[in-house]
Design a protein around this ligand. Structure first.
Ligand SMILES: *Cc1c(COP(=O)(O)O)cnc(C)c1O
Length: 361
């Protein structure tokens, strides 16, 4: 067994080795406290500092101004499917969803249980292989908000240009491409992301919400489901997921050392284009996503038969490349190459794809 393997998992996903090693060094004794972070009160100054530090690093990395609040919540991105309408939908209001993948559909379905939701567009008929173009949907200017999923983890598509929503707040599930490139937070009213794809470890959900939206949260909501309540208590109404927040903070510091989001975008584009080039120059590999909508995070493709796909997956594993099988719902191959996935791992996969095609194609 090699010490570290190339892990193409879609989430939880590979983390920067430097982050893991730093956490390891500090695991039993953090900041000379004589204890592990896991053993520390969330009301202690030390933990408050870790949370404040993570927040300020997120602000710096993402260029997030003060009129946006940063929350560290639990329940995964999936809990946000319900929390968004619970907080942002007015009593007789309407919200619109654009459904471009599996999680987008779940978000739409859960939101419908809360209130009045309109399906503005769906690309399900095309097996979620594309993002709708602006002429394929019409948005209601009186909607309370519009919900999209910026990167479709399972199908490998990504919004390249955001829908124009005018004064209607745009809400986005950014779980699988958050901080993979610069983000203009002013384009959004709210974004949320489960950390385990591109930001850190499972257990913490990053929510960034614009100040003016907080007044929408109805007082009748139970505290744990109320954004306004979480903002007032600085994400510490109850015990926050301290360790996950700490890891997220370390990942932010790592991102800064990489040169920030512009550098990250450049590297991510380079990594993804290496794989797409193999796909585009081959009749053997067939990409799932429309070329103009392809994700830089999740590269999805098929081989001529499911049997060859299984063989390819096994061949990859025997060469130290794991978790490359497509999601159980769609099959095929998916290489998830988030920020932390190293360039040399992508080079290795490119070589493997070429070798495999030569022997089987
Ligand atoms: C993984 C994923 C989710 C689900 O995240 P959880 O944190 O497991 O709830 C939601 N949306 C997208 C886009 C995802 O990739």
């Amino acid at each position: 067994m090699p010490d570290r393997i190339y892990n193409f998992a879609a989430g939880p996903a590979a983390l920067p080795l430097e982050v893991l090693e730093r956490a390891q060094t500090e695991f039993t004794n953090i900041n000379d406290s004589g204890m592990s972070l896991l053993e520390m009160s969330h009301r202690s100054q030390a933990v408050e500092n870790i949370m404040a530090d993570a927040e300020s690093d997120i602000r710096e990395v993402g260029n997030i101004p003060e009129n946006y609040h940063i929350l560290f919540l639990q329940g995964g991105a999936s809990q946000q499917f319900a929390m968004v309408p619970m907080n942002l939908l007015s009593p007789n209001g309407l919200a619109e969803h654009i459904v471009t993948g599996h999680f987008a559909k779940l978000a739409y379905q859960d939101a419908q249980k809360i209130g009045n939701i309109r399906l503005a567009a769906s690309t399900e008929e095309d097996k979620f292989s594309r993002i709708p173009s602006p002429d394929q949907y019409r948005l209601d200017p009186s909607a309370d908000y519009i919900h999209i999923t910026t990167n479709n983890t399972i199908f490998g598509t990504e919004w390249k240009t955001l829908p124009k929503t005018g004064d209607v707040p745009l809400v986005a599930d950014t779980s699988s491409n958050m901080f993979s490139k610069p983000i203009n937070i002013n384009d959004y009213g709210l974004v949320y992301a489960g950390a385990q794809k591109n930001l850190g470890a499972a257990g913490v959900t990053l929510v960034i919400i614009r100040d003016d939206l907080l007044k929408r949260s109805p007082d009748i909501l139970p505290s744990m489901f109320n954004y306004n309540h979480h903002v007032k208590s600085k994400s510490a109404y109850n015990t926050p997921p301290v360790f996950g927040i700490y890891i997220l903070g370390l990942v932010m510091k790592w991102l800064k050392r990489q040169g920030g989001l512009e550098s990250m975008q450049r590297i991510n584009e380079e990594k993804a284009s290496m794989l797409y080039e193999v796909i585009d120059n081959s009749d053997f590999y067939k990409g799932h996503a429309n070329k103009s909508d392809r994700s830089n995070m999740n590269v999805t493709f098929n081989l001529p038969t499911p049997e060859l796909e299984t063989e390819f997956t096994e061949y990859a594993a025997s060469n130290g490349m794991v978790e490359i099988k497509g999601h159980r719902s769609v099959g095929g191959i998916r290489a998830s190459i988030y920020n932390a996935f190293p360039l040399d791992g992508v080079e290795r996969l490119v070589d493997l794809m070429k070798t495999f095609e030569k022997s089987k194609g």
